[in-house]
Write a protein that binds this ligand. Structure first.
Ligand code: IMP
Length: 423
């Protein structure tokens, strides 16, 4: 069975843990969009790893890990990540990691452009991770980007990149930012790339062979559905298709290869960066931060926290075709007395149960809540559904009903063992 794991909120849903859990039975693990803006915290073999570009299967022996064409790859960032996990004892060998020759490359000036654009936007900024993701995808769409295959031909790359650096320098000059020297930049990128070059290949025949051979393929989504460039809270989104369809366009695997879509979401809502967050709640944020929870894996930023928003989740379940929900961090709510669930928004007197497309409506959306009693019991030791307190089960039942998808997994702590399999 081939599975897509996709985030249903604004990223940070705890996908890394579910991916790690499902990786045990998978043969091939694929990243198909995003870049090192992602931060997947995985606790495996008793150690904590933070992965940005590497698929979670890298922590296992005998699995194929694929970075697909939909990913934007920062060679310097990936090299640093490989060195870090290798220092933790993980082997990143050419029989474990395969990188698509069609991946677009994040170049150093993309990061500068990202920072400059954010600064220019002032308080209208997106709140990006400053990893150059937007500018790299913009070059892809503008048809002036470089792909991994181009870096396999260093002299060609050196020659061609001069034009792109010269254009980027003109933009940087408008922001009074230092200019890039094309040669020095090419040196830096190609030096990092030398370590990656043996991993670069056409991954499509490899994936299709695995499919034909009946291997189990797992697509590891990054970010979340509400950050999808088409379906998210535009313009406060990332620059890729984070929803299930992106797993196909970002890997070269057809939709007919997929049997299951697991949508990962927290038992409440969080978001980093700017943009609408109707159910955001300062009291809940403070409570979770005081517990040491909800700080970003990539940037360390405290995440804004809020009540469960089923307007957003209902939509995310529809567009992803979710076959099962993986609800994480249930234990984060363990001590709360009364829990709120947002079932609809009131936008200027109109009740809507799906997210609006226009930006102004977001500013006006007032959540409509129903309240459920909390369970006020520590759930972290629960290992099966029946062990959960009755109020927690009632919360999960209502959760699934409002989202229109069944519960498949419930997370009650960071450890692999703290994952309850529901059906
Ligand atoms: P970018 O992807 O760096 O361009 O950032 C665009 C938006 O996506 C910002 O709001 C980021 O905070 C958010 N974002 C990007 N990657 C992640 C992630 O892995 N988790 C949560 N938010 C993310």
């Amino acid at each position: 069975m081939n599975t897509i794991i996709t985030g249903l909120q604004w990223g940070d849903e705890g996908k890394g843990k579910i991916v790690d859990y499902l990786t045990e039975d998978a043969d091939v693990i694929v990243r198909s969009q995003g870049g090192n803006n992602a931060g997947h915290t995985v606790i495996a073999h008793g150690k904590k790893y933070v992965l940005h570009l590497l698929p979670s299967g890298i922590l296992w022996d005998g699995k194929l890990n694929i970075i697909g064409n939909g990913v934007v790859l920062d060679p310097v960032g990936l090299l640093a990540e490989i060195e870090k996990v290798e220092a933790q004892g993980v082997k990143v060998t050419t029989d474990k990691l395969f990188i698509s020759d069609r991946c677009h490359i994040v170049l150093p000036f993309h990061k500068e452009l990202d920072v400059a654009r954010e600064a220019a936007l002032g308080d209208r900024k997106i709140g990006t991770t400053k990893r150059g993701i937007g500018p790299a995808y913009a070059d892809k769409i503008n048809r002036c980007g470089f792909r991994a295959a181009d870096l396999l031909r260093p002299s060609y790359f050196r020659e061609q990149v001069k034009h792109r650096v010269s254009d980027a320098n003109q933009v940087l000059a408008q922001f009074d930012l230092p200019q890039f020297d094309a040669e020095a930049m090419a040196d830096e990128v190609l030096n990092a790339f030398a370590r990656l070059a043996p991993h670069i290949t056409n991954v499509i025949p490899l994936l299709h062979k695995a499919w034909k051979d009946g291997k189990t393929i797992l697509f590891e989504g990054a970010q979340g559905s509400l950050l999808d460039v088409d379906f998210g809270t535009y313009p406060f989104v990332t620059s890729s298709n984070t929803t299930a369809g992106g797993s196909c366009t970002g890997s070269g695997m057809p939709p007919t290869a997929i049997q299951r879509v697991i949508g990962v979401c927290k038992a409440y809502t969080t978001r980093v960066g700017s943009g609408p967050f109707p159910t955001g709640d300062e009291g809940l944020s403070q409570y979770l931060h005081d517990l040491g929870r909800e700080f970003g894996a990539t940037t360390g930023r405290p995440r804004g926290c809020g009540w469960l928003d089923t307007v957003l989740l209902r939509f995310a379940c529809m567009i992803n075709g979710v076959t099962g929900l993986a609800i994480t961090n249930l234990d984060g709510l363990d001590e709360y007395e009364t829990l709120k669930i947002c079932t609809a928004y009131d936008v200027d007197g109109q009740i809507v149960d799906l997210p609006p497309a226009d930006r102004e409506a977001w500013d006006k959306a007032v959540p409509i809540y129903e309240e459920l009693p909390g369970w006020q019991v520590d759930t972290t030791a629960c290992r099966n559904y029946d062990e959960l307190p009755a109020n927690a089960k009632a919360y999960l039942t209502r959760f699934a009903e409002l989202c229109g998808a069944p519960v498949a997994f419930v997370g009650v702590g960071p450890d692999r063992a703290q994952t309850i399999v529901v059906g």
